[in-house]
Design a protein around this ligand. Structure first.
Ligand code: SF4
Length: 265
């Protein structure tokens, strides 16, 4: 196994060593998973923006996405009671000088967090929400969410169909809304930088297909092909309207910046 962290030197073998706990290697994330790409892109944006680690906070929920809070070397919070956004809002209110970055997956939003996110948009809460959409809606092998009509592994064998979270964010009043795939990491970093400079709610969706889920069924492609599939089937359209971001209704996944405040346009 390649050593990514030099314990004697206290790090230094990977550009993101200073952001990650050495004991997390090998990471919980599968090679090629978009969560790792998103985390690395965020670290690059933090460095470029000159934000000190002491001024940064990560709040995350459950599942693979939720693991980010355990991995980073700055203060972070793992919230497993479904109130991830509420916790982040309280944290920000108590410490206005902090940059608070929230990682959510489908479970965190659709199971319990949609209302909190809509309220955060209405009140223009000063948060950066990174929504990792890996199209997984099941909370266990056999059970899907109680409230979402879109699921994998359902009793009726429905195909997974994603909910339009960026559209919801736009209509709830979020100040900055974007969507990218892991292959668009350069654009993603720009969006993180813009979100750092913003006063208000930024919601950035990352379409990050799970490389492992149902890998043996033959219904999905291998890691590289699967990422390529999502890249080939996405199209950048800036300022696309919220209703046009519904993946169920489009031939291609629309990515880009959809809501852009004038001062960062
Ligand atoms: S590829 Fe799937 S199982 Fe692996 S870390 Fe990513 S979301 Fe989790």
């Amino acid at each position: 196994m390649v050593e990514l962290y030099d314990k004697e030197k206290g790090g230094g073998l990977h550009p993101s060593d200073s952001f990650l706990h050495p004991e997390i290697f090998p990471t919980v994330w599968c090679p090629g998973c978009g969560i790792g790409t998103t985390a690395y892109t965020l670290f690059e944006a933090i460095k470029e923006a000159g934000i000190l680690k002491k001024d940064m906070r990560i709040v995350s929920g459950i599942g693979c996405t939720g693991k980010i809070a355990e991995c980073v070397r700055f203060k972070s919070y793992s919230i497993t009671n479904g109130k991830v956004v509420d916790f982040a809002i309280q944290l920000k209110h108590k410490n206005p000088g902090l940059k608070v970055c929230v990682f959510l997956n489908n479970a965190d939003i659709l199971l319990s967090g949609a209302e909190q996110l809509i309220e955060a948009g209405k009140k223009s809460e000063n948060l950066i929400v990174i929504f990792i959409n890996n199209f997984i809606y099941a909370v266990s092998k056999d059970k899907a969410f109680p409230l979402t009509p879109f699921m994998r592994k359902s009793a009726g064998s429905e195909f997974e169909l994603p909910f339009n979270i960026p559209g919801m964010a736009i209509y709830s009043g979020a100040d900055f809304v974007a969507r990218w795939t892991p292959m668009q990491a350069g654009w993603m970093k720009d969006s993180f930088l813009e979100a750092f400079s913003l006063t208000g709610l930024a919601v950035i969706e990352v379409i990050s297909p799970c490389l492992i889920y149902e890998a043996n069924s033959g219904r999905i492609l291998d890691a590289v092909d699967r990422i390529k599939f999502y890249n080939d089937n996405s199209e950048i359209k800036f300022r696309a309207k919220g209703e046009n971001l519904d993946i169920r209704l489009q031939k291609k996944i629309i990515t880009g910046k959809f809501k852009i405040p004038e001062d960062i346009d």
